[in-house]
Design a protein around this ligand. Sequence first.
Ligand code: PEP
Ligand code: MG
Length: 582
Amino acid sequence: MRDVIKGQKMKILAGTPAAFGFAKGTVCLYSNEVEDTLPHYTIDLGQIPREVNRVKEAFENARQEMKEVLKTAESQLDKSAVEIFNIHLSILNDPSLLENISQLIEEQKINAEHAVSDIFDQYMKKYETKSEHFRELIHDFIDARNRLLHAFNIETGKFKCPVGIRRPVIVAAKRLTPSMVLSIPGRNVLAFVSEEGGFTNHATILARSYGVPIIFGIPVEKELDCGMKAIVDGLTGKVIISPDAKTEEYYARKIKNREKKAYFCEIRKTVPPRTKTGKRVKLKLNISTPGEFNFVRELPHEGVGLLRTEFLFMGRNQPPAEEEQYRMYKRILHENREKPVAVRVLDIGSDKRPSYFKIPERINLDLGLRGAMAVEKFPHIYLAQMKALLRANVYSNLHLLYPMVSDPNDLKTFRNVLSEAKRELKKAKVNIDNVRIKEGIMIETPAAAMMVDILLEEIDFVNIGSNDLLQYTLATSRGNTQVEGRYHIMHPALLKMLEMIAREGSKAGKEVCLCGEIASFEEFYPLLLEIGIKSFSVAASKFSDIKCELLHLQESPDKIPVAEFYKLGSKEEVDEYFRRFI
Ligand code: PEP
Ligand code: MG
């Protein structure tokens, strides 16, 4: 343990929040690296069959163990865990893995454990260069490898200091893996902090069910050590080491307020939220992965505010066929036929770039080929999607959502494809007479924000995509850690645009729904309601917290000074402003 801990000055580390909440406690490092304990030795020619057999047995044992774990997850109706463990089982069932490991033992005459580790490393390296979806699989490979090594009696994960097994701690690791998360009892975790990670990777999804803050992007190995006192702020993504008295007191207040609110909301969870003046506030769900479909039935939401269809198009060699899309859309539309479901037409560009979209090398993906431009370049892909949606919408409540629309001409481009889809279906004698759809656009560019009054004349509703709207307003890439400091999630310029859009929506009598990440931050709600936004769409993991905040605000006597917010000039001033209203 480092000897600088005592008397260390307060230090703030900035990462990316993946689950909300605040925690104060002791850091405990968790490691699942196996290099130190892994035996490496060479073998004779005659020992090869024995080592290959050991690998076969290890696979068999690991698969058995995995099946048991799956059974437990199924009996506990833990759907996300079942999905994840099924992925681990399919990795262990992949015959090429066993073949490659056996071949390596024969060629290099090395022991079984060594060969297992080397082949898994090779697989994981391959995924490192792929899209985000595949990179997430690396953590699943680590878990599958560790299960195999476990079958050789090799210890693959442990706390570096004993405190972690005895009492609740801030669990810090280079990376979280699903089985690591599940191996630590929930009551022992105050927060998860990791170096690598992602908002949607499997370990994060599981960790989120613990209801504790999660932050990734923190240099754990360099900055954290067992026994350090720290505060984890899952709102701003900060880990504060050795907090001073003022900071401690500030967070103690936040933690206490949250506990009070949780009780208040538990007894009101079925009550629909309203503004202080009694106007209804809508809270909807964002769905970005098929795994999140399950929440649609469980949460008291008012529709799907944003279905990101990109997940259907990513991680494959060709676009999904119309039939496959039809089945998926039908499922979600049918299950929600009483409520609106806003399905966003494929939003391509930036980080969402399937390999079959042949995009010229030098094109800037943030600015070069998005929205209507992509429709013009790949019309057949959009046509198949629109046809699938029209077919799936019979007797349902489809709200068709066009991404990245900046002006009426962009809208026309999407509508031309919709008309063509209708024509083709009619020609094929598919009955779409009962199909009623509403059309809306994502407001994600400053142009769309400035033109919102004109655009509202043509459409039924708008969704504000604040993630992109902010990056194009501040000329600062989203999701780029190099410029994270400038991507200033609640910027006065953004709020001004939101206020204008809300005002125009209200004049036109049309719904304005905020569905970017900004809507996941409870602290912003007093301001968002005050400027007139009354419809929000958030990820399932944030739904209950936001609902609670809305119920709470409805009864709170405090008023937020909006004019004062517009005068703020820096991120620090903005942070300070929100601190005052906790
Ligand atoms: C947004 O830009 O705010 C949005 C909701 O769309 P996405 O995050 O999918 O780009
Ligand atoms: Mg967007």
